[in-house]
Design a protein around this ligand. Structure first.
Ligand code: PPS
Length: 304
């Protein structure tokens, strides 16, 4: 979600969103041309995309996939910022940067399936899609919007809710419901692997192994141990190459918040009122009708 280079755009004025094929994106880091570039992207056979609705665990997966490719060698995650290791294809700076990245490439995207790279949809390369329960996403997004300067403040939690459940959500990546349903419909495609944030919280080592198997990059037991240890929330929170502390105050107001905030399941419970939670559940039941995706909403459910 963060620009790949600080030169990418100026940072004056309010952040605006614009629509590309019915999906909202922040104008500061995306243009119609950069989004078209994503759709037409020249996918290589060994490309691996990290795809997610914002605040679903993208940065976490960037770290995990980097370490899977390095076989557990910590050098890249300790020396290269995540936005350079796993750049966003739809950002303005994607074009010109990605073509020069050596294979195998790791590439991030917050795009819904409808506008994901066409070649990926035809079966070229692989994508790992991360889901997260949407109440935790909403809370994470709300806090993020207070300290990120290229993204409009999304108001109170109630205002965020009304926006979040709207079919025309004025949020980066558009409607969460459309996003998650669109990718989930392709869960059986051989080049798409779906995993939840909650699974990763529950069993990080087991999740890393599943992801590595999907990437066809088997790991030794000791590499698995190293990756699981490095990718804990407390460890990543301290890593300047992953925690966005390197981003200047012009882009992120570091006095207001931190990117690595809670990293848990069920944090929404401390922010949602009972009434808001019930209103959410009603809309959720309607919008997710016919979709067999199940979420874990509470940390206690993880240990059942
Ligand atoms: S972004 O801005 O869309 O790229 O954000 P994204 O990386 O998708 O999601 C940020 C949330 O992921 C949490 N996070 C983690 N949780 C647990 N363990 C690890 N290692 C980890 N790394 C990132 C991060 O704290 C954000 O969630 P919240 O709920 O705000 O803490």
């Amino acid at each position: 979600m963060i620009p790949q280079t600080m030169e990418e755009n100026d940072n004056k004025g309010n952040c605006q969103l614009h629509e590309y094929k019915g999906v909202s994106f922040p104008t500061k880091i995306h243009t119609p041309e950069s989004l078209q570039y994503m759709e037409d992207f020249d996918v290589r056979d060994d490309d691996v995309f990290v795809a997610a609705y914002p605040k679903s665990g993208t940065t976490w997966m960037q770290e995990i996939t980097t370490l899977i490719l390095s076989g557990g060698d910590l050098t890249p995650v300790n020396t290269i910022p995540n936005w350079k290791r796993v750049p966003w294809v739809e950002n303005i700076s994607g074009k010109g940067f990605l073509e020069n990245c050596p294979s195998p490439r790791l590439i991030s995207t917050h795009a819904p399936y409808s506008i994901a790279p066409k070649k990926l949809k035809e079966g070229k390369g692989k994508a790992i899609y991360i889901t997260r329960n949407p109440k935790d996403i909403m809370v994470s997004l709300l806090h993020f919007s207070k300290f990120v300067r290229f993204f409009a403040d999304i108001g109170t939690l109630e205002e965020c809710f009304r926006n979040f459940v709207s079919n025309k959500a004025q949020l980066h990546g558009g409607s969460w419901f459309t996003h998650v349903r669109g990718w989930h419909e392709h869960k059986d495609d051989p080049n798409i692997f779906i995993i939840s944030f909650e699974d990763m919280v529950k069993d990080l080592r087991g999740s890393v192994k599943r992801i590595a198997d999907f990437m066809e990059r088997p790991l030794s037991e000791s590499a698995l141990d190293t990756i699981a240890e490095h990718c804990t929330f407390s460890s990543m929170k301290k890593n300047p190459m992953a925690n966005y502390s390197l981003i200047s105050n012009d882009w992120l107001d570091h006095n207001v918040g931190t990117f690595m905030r809670k990293g848990t399941v069920g944090n929404w419970k401390s922010e949602f009122t009972v009434a808001l939670s019930e209103a959410f559940d009603t809309v959720y039941a309607k919008k997710m009708e016919g979709c067999d995706l199940k979420f874990i909403w509470d940390i206690a459910e993880l240990h059942k």
